[in-house]
Write a protein that binds this ligand. Structure first.
Ligand code: ADP
Ligand code: ZN
Length: 436
């Protein structure tokens, strides 16, 4: 079953052909970095790869040193830029909650390719030129909003640059303009989908049929909840500022892993501790080399995202490799009483329990050298607050689940509906008070 694709010939290309293109583009990229970015020139010289003319196979990439987020910070803002400023047409940056923001710059050609990559992801998620797309990502330096904006226009869809905020207005636009597709973070989409229930209009007043969500993890359970509330189909897509933004990979209709755009990105999985390359299906840190970016090419970028890759053919007909949903990040992994915990694990447990809403906060404290994790969870229904027995049973039930799945004793606090903060961008659900 081959459905519509944005660049079908490329997206269904035989593997040997993909790899041949990757090898050629890898060599070009290495040479381009060697010639134009002092940091890469130095590193490529030191590791012996030089201008890349000695690269014979794709696995020779292992001789090239990794690039990290610190390299972006240390060379802030334009140290990793490879093209002259006169050729740069756009600057984006990450929010930079910890330290200086990460900057990305784009040539005209980079913007063109980016909009093709996002268009691939959007079409794979079901968008057509008939769709009216509401972009409820915050506009600004963030790559998400303009990235999706250009990609959707590239398909010929109608774009509404709604930006985030003002829930009532978001829902009004959705109804009045006959919006068929929503672009947002999963947490904001979930929030809007709940607000629909209270807005006083029947679901039939909305024409929404698709959610093209991304920029933070979305567990299958959370996806189902958004789909049920809105009566839509949701697809996930992945990217980051360092690699140009969204469009790195995205779900197809099979939703069994997100297809990379392998003609533009070369993905690898490594062991986070040793840096060794891991094989197909092995879980580790995703590392990506850009193959066509000219404003700011990146060699072996350590994404800190934990996932695995498969090269198996997909039922959708696309031949490009797929990554699993991320299992967390090497740096948001919590270590509580020595137990490694990813917030997504906790979310997965919560979302399958009745009577609670999928809104939570994790509060970690340390007293007398002992860590403790408090999970604040919202009740779905205010009535439950009046029934002490049921409340206490529910609390015990959640704590028992956490204990058996995470192997960790936690304290669950049930709070009234709508009392936990809602997020319009990426959710920030962890408060770690241990080092204060
Ligand atoms: P963006 O602002 O485009 O999300 P950032 O550079 O701020 O880019 O953040 C990138 C990080 O966001 C990724 O490394 C990853 O951890 C997370 N992320 C982005 N998209 C997804 C996704 N679809 N699923 C899981 N995590 C994602
Ligand atoms: Zn597929």
């Amino acid at each position: 079953m081959i459905k519509l694709m944005f660049q079908k010939e490329i997206e269904t290309m035989p593997r040997e052909q993909i790899e041949a293109i990757q090898l050629e583009r890898l060599k070009e990229t290495v040479k381009y970095c060697y010639d134009n970015v002092p940091l890469y020139h130095k590193r490529l010289t030191e590791c012996g790869v030089g201008d890349g003319s000695k690269i014979k196979t794709l696995s020779d990439i292992e001789y090239i040193p990794f690039t990290t987020k610190d390299d972006f910070r240390d060379n802030y803002p334009f140290g990793l830029m490879a093209a002259p400023m006169k050729d740069i047409v756009r600057i984006h940056a990450s929010s930079g909650t910890t330290g200086k923001p990460t900057v990305g710059v784009y040539t005209k050609e980079d913007i063109k390719i980016w909009s093709d990559l996002v268009a691939r992801v959007a079409v794979a998620g079901g968008v057509t030129s008939e769709d009216i797309i509401q972009i409820s990502f915050g506009y600004g330096l963030f790559t998400g909003a303009l990235g999706l904006h250009y990609g959707m226009e590239n398909i010929g869809a109608t774009v509404i640059p709604a930006s985030s905020g003002n829930t009532e207005k978001q829902l009004m636009m959705m109804r009045d303009y006959g919006v068929t597709g929503l672009v947002a973070t999963p947490s904001y989409a979930l929030y809007l989908s709940e607000a629909v229930k209270e807005a006083g209009y029947p679901l039939s007043d909305y024409k929404l049929r698709l959610g093209i969500l991304g920029s933070e993890p979305c567990t299958p359970a959370m996806r189902s909840q958004i789909e049920a509330n809105f009566n839509i189909r949701v697809s996930d897509n992945y990217g980051m500022t360092e690699l140009g933004g969204p469009g790195v990979s995205g779900d197809c209709e099979a939703r069994n892993g997100m297809h990379f755009a392998e003609d533009h990105f070369l993905p690898e999985i490594i062991d986070t501790d040793t840096g060794k390359r891991l094989g197909e299906g092995e879980v580790g840190e995703l590392v990506i080399t850009t193959l066509t970016r000219r404003g700011m090419p990146v060699l072996r970028y350590r994404t800190k995202d934990i996932t695995k890759i498969t090269y198996e053919p997909c039922s959708c007909g696309r031949t490009h490799a797929r990554m699993s949903k991320t299992m967390g990040r090497t740096d948001d992994m919590l270590i509580i009483k020595g137990v490694n915990v990813f917030p997504t694990q906790i979310e997965n447990i919560l979302i399958n329990i009745k009577d609670i809403a999928p809104h939570y906060m994790l509060i970690i404290t340390r007293e007398n050298y002992r860590d403790s994790l408090e999970i604040k969870v919202e009740l779905e229904n205010v009535e439950l607050l009046e029934n002490y027995q049921r409340l206490s049973d529910l609390k015990k039930h959640i704590e028992a689940k956490m204990q058996s799945i995470l192997g960790l004793r936690t304290k669950v606090t049930l709070v009234a509906p709508k009392t936990i903060e809602r997020f319009q961008g990426k959710a920030k659900r962890i408060v770690d008070l241990r080092n204060q």
